[in-house]
Write a protein that binds this ligand. Structure first.
Ligand code: C2O
Ligand code: CU
Length: 645
């Protein structure tokens, strides 16, 4: 079974097991109440006390649950109110139900308890299976959710002969806590948030059984204050100490021949935003060895702009990340970027201020650094919502053709070239080793990524389709292409180079997920990195010269195209399987749901760098973090006008 399916099944089981245990507890309590109605047994007295308490407490425990953002739990608890109703029936002393009802109730209670036990066993099994896919998939489930669920479930079995009411209520509390852990805690379960969850669970349990109410209320209040309280406190991050990273810019002594550009951002009549009144903006084209200098001006983009050179190893101060490497460029302001063009390839630039809106509205363009004047035909293809329509051009047979494909969109796109066999000669601006000829395969390009496709123009027509839509016709009008072909697997394409590194100076784990979080003071379903949202997300600290292993785990149900600034990473493995073809150096790699990628990062470009999901909507909802070189701090801050996301 795929990891994604296991994760989905585990989520479903978590909810079902909570519903089942709440039902089992309600039935057990109800039976206890009915059975004791006529007897003056001491247990009965305790029970009825518990029952009426639970009726009275269902409100406050419900409030506690919804405080934790747990609607389902609140409803489960109002099942507890029905339990209070049972207690009333008992007080009426009607002994309603009779023999047949009692037997029926007993059968129902046993059946529901058996189902709850079965689902508990299933949850244990699923967590066990998921653990085999990686500890990061189950850490908080194994250490927190399962003990809270399994220990009372064992008590239910052990004490089945005497009473199962208290263990069943405990199991119900533990099972509901499992839902809270999934939705709110996630990876990693720290000591602090584990204590809060356990305290909350114990408090709700005590309130339901009506034992030591002051203690229970105290625990509940403390847990409810500590959870959201610490979340709020963590938004006031402690100041970092170190040297400003911002002056990390090109020393002018290093300047070679200069390629100068000017980009002026403005609103267009169409409602889009453009550079130099066009979208995509003009191509920045330079030769390897040049110094690229770009003067950015903002005419009237009230939200502000910057320029980020996506995938290019620029100095940190020229990275264009508002609030991290510079202040946003507001209307009337300007900024000059400068970097050495020492790597040839296909890159792109875009605003990194309110980027989820700015890139979508058109503030982007291509950055092409050429090794040498390249003969033949070059076609630049953007995947972006504003780039529509099909083009065609006449190309003489025998002409070398290069297609530069750039995905400037939030989601993955599929490209298919027909009428010719082609080579994928570069990925994210880095050449592949010995790419072989391909035909009848589609190219799946992650958001932010680039592919260079090369071929020699044949006698006949060549078509390029994007997601089945006609896009480019060479020597023929563009026509739709049928996309029903497999994707080219980059992991087995081309020839291997030098062996991938196996020893690392440091490693970091990055777990991508969704969790209930405060966003701008309001609770929302955020995209989290190790349980946090930017700017609170944990930093990846590195030291200059180190070789760093990053393990990126996607526990979410959506794909996350991950993009580190300032560096390219070497792909080591996907789900434990290493590439067998050409080494893959990437700056935009798509981690699909349930996947684990291991990549190597060579810390050779000091600074404070952003790393984030390039589905920019996800980034805006939290999925960003910093790669920070030890001893450096960002000079600019996420305040006022600065909104890199
Ligand atoms: Cu293409 Cu942080 O960006
Ligand atoms: Cu994402």
């Amino acid at each position: 079974m795929s990891t994604q399916a296991l994760l989905a099944l585990d989520l479903l089981t978590t909810i079902l097991v909570a519903v089942a245990w709440v039902a089992a507890a309600v039935l057990a309590a109800h039976r206890g109440a009915t059975a004791n109605a006529g007897k003056p047994a001491p247990v009965g007295a305790g029970q009825s006390g518990a029952e009426s308490q639970s009726g009275a407490e269902s409100q406050s425990s419900g409030a506690g649950q919804s405080g934790a953002g747990q609607g389902g739990g609140a409803e489960g608890q109002s099942g507890g109110a029905g339990q209070g109703g049972g207690a009333e029936g008992q007080r009426g002393g009607a002994g309603q139900g009779g023999e047949g009802g009692a037997v029926g109730g007993r059968v129902a209670a046993i059946a529901v308890t058996a189902a709850a036990l079965g689902l508990t066993a299933l949850r244990v099994l699923l967590v066990g299976l998921l653990a085999q896919r990686g500890w990061a998939f189950v850490q908080e489930k194994a250490l927190l959710s399962l003990p809270l669920l399994v220990l009372p479930a064992i008590a239910v079995v052990v004490f089945a002969r005497r009473t199962s009411v208290l263990p069943a209520i405990a199991a119900a509390c533990g099972a509901v806590a499992g839902v809270v852990v999934t939705l709110v805690v996630g990876y990693p379960a720290t000591f602090f948030n584990s204590v809060i969850v356990v305290a909350l669970t114990v408090a709700v349990f005590l309130l339901i059984i009506g034992y030591r109410r002051p203690v229970a209320v105290g625990l509940l209040v403390a847990a409810l204050l500590a959870g959201p309280g610490s979340a709020l406190l963590s938004t006031f991050t402690a100041p970092l100490h170190g040297v400003d990273a911002a002056p990390l810019r090109l020393a002018s002594a290093a300047l070679g021949p200069v390629s100068r550009f000017e980009l002026t951002a403005s609103r267009l009549a169409s409602g889009a935003w453009g550079f130099n009144a066009q979208t995509p903006g003009p191509v920045l084209r330079a030769s390897k060895g040049d110094t690229v200098e770009v003067l950015l001006r903002n005419t009237d983009i009230e939200e502000g702009v910057t320029l980020h050179f996506h995938g290019y190893p620029v100095p940190n101060g020229d990275d264009g990340t508002a609030g991290v490497t510079q202040e946003a460029v507001m209307p009337g302001q300007q900024f000059v970027y400068r970097f050495a063009a020492d790597k040839a390839g296909t890159f792109w630039y875009h605003t990194h201020q309110v980027s989820h809106a700015g890139v979508k509205k058109g503030l982007f363009g291509a950055l092409i650094i050429q090794e040498r004047p390249e003969p033949g035909e070059e076609v630049l293809i953007f995947a972006h919502r504003l780039v529509t329509g099909a083009a065609s051009r006449q190309v003489a047979a025998g002409t070398p053709v290069t297609l530069r494909l750039i995905n400037a969109d939030d989601v993955t796109h599929r490209f298919l070239l027909t009428g010719v066999s082609w080579r994928l000669s570069a990925v994210d601006g880095t050449d592949l080793i010995d790419p072989g000829p391909v035909a009848g395969k589609a190219l799946r390009l992650a958001a932010g990524g680039r592919y260079d496709v090369t071929f020699t123009m044949p006698e006949g027509a060549v078509q390029l389709g994007v997601d089945g839509q006609p896009r480019l016709g060479l020597s023929a009008p563009a026509s739709a292409v049928e996309m029903g072909v497999p994707d080219l697997d980059l992991f087995g394409y081309g020839k291997p180079g030098t062996a991938a590194p196996v020893a690392f100076d440091r490693s970091h784990t990055v777990v991508l997920d969704r969790q209930l979080r405060l966003m701008g003071g309001l609770p929302g379903y955020a995209y989290t990195v190790n349980g946090r949202t930017w700017p609170q997300a944990p930093e990846l600290i590195v030291r200059k010269g180190e070789l760093v292993k990053l393990t990126v785990v996607n526990r979410d149900r959506e794909a996350h195209p991950m993009h580190p600034h300032g560096h390219q990473v070497l792909v080591l493995s996907r789900n434990g399987i290493a590439p067998t073809g050409s080494p893959l150096w990437m700056d935009s790699y798509e981690v699909l749901p349930g996947e684990t990628w291991e990549v190597a990062l060579r810390a050779d470009n000091p600074g404070v760098w952003m790393a984030h999901c390039h589905n920019l909507k996800h980034a805006a909802q939290g999925m960003m973090l910093h790669i920070r070189y030890e001893g450096l701090v960002p000079n600019y801050h996420h305040h006022g006008d600065n909104h890199p996301e």
